[in-house]
Design a protein around this ligand. Sequence first.
Ligand code: ATP
Ligand code: MG
Length: 429
Amino acid sequence: MLRTHYVAQLKPEMENRRVKIAGWLHEVRNIGKISFMQVRDHTGIAQVTAKLGDVGEEIIKSTSMPKESVIAVTGIVKRNPQSKSGFEIIPEKILNLNPLEDRIPFDVTSKVPAELDVRLNYRHIDLRRLETTSVFNIESTVLSTFRGILLKQKFQEMRTPTIVDEATEGGAELFGVKYFEKTVYLAQSPQLYKQLAVIGGMDKVFMVLPVFRAEKFDTPFHLNEATQMDIEMGFADHNDAIKVLVKVASGIEAEVIKKNAPDLERLGHKLEKSKPVVVTYKKALQRLNENDHKLEFGNDFSREHETALSELYGDMLVVKEYPTAIRAFYSMPNKKDPEISNSYDLLYKGLEISSGAQRIHISKLLEEQMLKRGMNPKNFEFYLTAFKQGAPPHAGWSIGLERFVMKLSGMQNIREASMFPRDRNRVIP
Ligand code: ATP
Ligand code: MG
């Protein structure tokens, strides 16, 4: 290996140890006979100090390498209270591993901020900015904690297909794909498949998968390819699924606060534990109207309403029992009042990050809901059949990974939280 340590593993207490670090030349300042080189890997930046009188020709040459050269440094750790980290490395050898052949399109030190579009055009350079690294460190915690909590709760991970027949989806906004002699579609959710798994007796399943939405979005919250973290559970209603949702969302938030403290600090984002609140749609509606945010029963919340709700109820709010008419056709109407459904959303810091529902498991009721929405039950035959063959009551939800990461890391645009975002204008890189 070209390194013995990552930068973040080095400490002043390691004085006089010989170490090897490898990464990129972040900055160089040559002052008189001393060269201060900053060497960066994905964990941090170390100062390499070369006293030009004492070192060989090779190191002197290194001090004039362009920024972002990819290098490996062997040297001795020395305490230095003037350096930010409390130590510096006195180099014995510096290797230029692959001389630059092209200019670096923007300043990785962030001293001169670059436009998001330019950063995304060169995401491999943007990822060298430690702020960007931190966003994806947070994403990694979200994914591993999601899996960890659910495995502990005896959920099982499963896979669902990306290629689907039109008849498996309810919505119109699908991307068509040529598939031999016919056109098929990219899945906009794993909905029907995770239900089939539960009807098959899997009982508690989860999955992480890409979903595709063919809408001409023009917001900072929508991508055309997003990542969903889903669950589905058998013999359960919406209140059972909400409990799991709150456990997962709070657990992920707590883990990011703990594990990604250095990342949050680097991003200048203060993240604190939120207090989860569950409220019915009707109560939330009443509260909004009392506070001069007019809305009538039967309407979905706008962006402004979502912001107002987070001011009224806090950062982690589950709104449940939305009007049946504005939810997906498979949402179970409430027994006491079929005008409302056993559905729910999770608003995190004022943005919808999750939707879910108890599903309809009675085929007649499902057909009824399809007809009400102008859908043709004939197109859903295989799906409807499953509900005639012993389907238990079940419920589930889906969290949008990029939206959650965006909010956890304090970003304003969802593209910051997707390593290679897909939107209407971008499919490269
Ligand atoms: P919205 O109304 O905000 O467009 P939605 O209700 O259509 O979202 P759902 O079908 O409920 O979305 O999807 C589940 C979750 O997946 C959402 O709560 C959100 O976090 C995420 N999600 C959905 N669509 C997108 C998208 N286009 N871009 C990014 N994330 C998305
Ligand atoms: Mg939704």
